[in-house]
Design a binder for this molecule. Structure first.
Ligand SMILES: Cc1ncc(COP(=O)(O)O)c(C=O)c1O
Length: 424
């Protein structure tokens, strides 16, 4: 008897289909919009100029002459693609130089370059964990972390976002599972831009014998005096056993890495399926990331880190003064406040977020819209983010657009969520 179930049925009948159709009809879909220009602070998008407040190009290096030249040089020397795995014919001297550069930057014994950041998480977690182990993950961790945990088939024990009492209770239970335990957290959480209290996490890991991995995707090239990320900023580089990063944000390219002890990196090289069974990062991407890492490590690096964080503070203050609910910067248990380039505005309601997105887009500002499952249900955000290369006048232009859109929106739909707390 043939089956009567069509595996394609879900593509026709999934619950988001109807919402998407309605959003398409109203032309308020914030996704899949095409850029007609380089990903700078101001872009051409669908025939108009828009201030780009939806990019992870934190240092503004994608348009940097030196980074572009390095990509060209790599392209000229090695061609357009590697046509094979890092494991086989896909490793160039550039890949090795980049691994060396990253290990030195992170202060670890070794580093391994993957084709994407997503694959770095998949390839590390899916390999270093196995059935019988337990992985303890923050509920706000990035999807690629969750995917890596699922791939590993280790027991997954999530704990409530940034709640150290919950982490402790979870670690107590994990210690009784009988296998190895790894805690994995984002250093900077990708949607709300808040920071993991790594000093407390390290202390708990030590107490319960767990290893720690930190995803520094949004912190490399931004936080810490050397731009080495949250672990550096919070003084726990030695204790963070594994550090993951991407090239798709501050490093102006595409790819990812794991930095850590040589024995783990060697193991990943021979056992990590997302490392071995995919083509290596293309030379232009690797060349660009290497140059961007070198710029971060030059005296220019800290100037750029400071500029992006100053811009974040400026935008945060401006949006707050307009009466919007801007998600507060994280106050660590030490009392220290940490600002990141991610400046999210809480809207709460999904449909309102889409309408606001459209109004801002028409007013010449592009922002990202984060809806469930990227954020908790009822936690829709306009996720704005800044670059070191945004000029104040450009941020002012965006703030003016926000002011006009807020006024018109509230006149029609009632008040938006108001300010939360302090400005940074
Ligand atoms: C926290 C975090 N980890 C991992 C990734 C995956 O990196 P990539 O997009 O470079 O594959 C992202 C990217 O969105 C991220 O935000």
């Amino acid at each position: 008897m043939p089956t009567t179930v069509d595996v394609f049925a879900k593509a026709r009948e999934h619950e988001r289909g109807e919402i998407l159709r309605a959003a398409r009809e109203a032309d308020v879909v914030p996704y899949w919009r095409a850029l007609d220009s380089a990903a700078g602070p101001v872009v051409e998008m669908e025939g108009a100029e828009r201030v780009m407040l939806g990019s992870n190009n934190y240092l503004g290096l994608t348009g940097d002459e030196r980074v572009i030249r390095a990509a060209h040089d790599a392209l000229d020397r090695y061609g357009t693609g590697m046509t094979g795995s890092r494991f086989l014919n896909g490793t160039t001297l550039l890949h090795l130089e980049l691994e060396q550069e990253l290990a030195e930057w992170m202060g670890t014994e070794a580093a391994l370059v993957f084709t994407t950041g997503h694959q770095a998480n998949l390839g590390c977690l899916g390999t270093i964990l196995e059935p019988g182990d337990t992985v303890v993950a923050d509920s706000g961790d990035h999807a690629s972390i969750l995917d890596g945990c699922i791939l590993s088939r280790a027991k997954l024990r999530p704990f409530r976002h940034n709640r150290m009492d919950k982490l402790e209770r979870t670690l107590e239970r994990a210690a009784e599972d009988g296998g190895g335990v790894l805690v994995v957290v984002d250093g900077v959480f990708s949607m709300e831009g808040d920071v993991a209290p790594l000093a407390e996490i390290v202390e708990l890991c030590r107490r319960y014998g767990a290893r720690l991995m930190v995803d520094e995707a949004h912190a490399v090239g931004v936080l810490g005096a050397r731009g080495a990320g949250t672990a550096e900023l919070l003084g726990v580089e030695e204790e963070a056993d594994l550090r993951m990063g991407t090239f798709s944000k501050s490093l102006a390219s595409c790819g990812g890495f794991i930095a850590g002890p040589a024995e783990v990196i060697e193991y990943l090289k021979i056992a990590s399926r997302p490392f071995m069974f995919t083509a290596a990062g293309v030379p232009a991407a690797v060349g660009a990331a290497l140059e961007a890492a070198r710029i971060c490590r030059s005296p220019e690096g800290p100037e750029r880190f400071a500029r992006v964080l100053d811009n974040a503070r400026y935008l945060h203050r401006g949006l707050h003064e307009l009466g919007l609910h801007v998600v507060d910067p994280t106050t660590l248990p030490s009392g220290e406040t940490v600002v990141t380039p991610i400046v999210p505005v809480l809207v709460a309601d999904d449909w309102k977020a889409a309408l606001l997105w459209r109004a801002l887009y028409d007013a010449g500002v592009y922002v990202n819209v984060a809806l469930h499952p990227a954020v908790p249900p009822g936690g829709a955000l306009l996720r704005t983010s800044v670059m070191a290369t945004h000029e104040t006048a450009v941020l002012d232009r965006a703030l003016e657009a926000f002011a006009g859109v807020k006024r018109a929106f509230e006149a029609e739909h009632g008040p938006l969520p108001g300010p939360a707390g302090e400005t940074p």
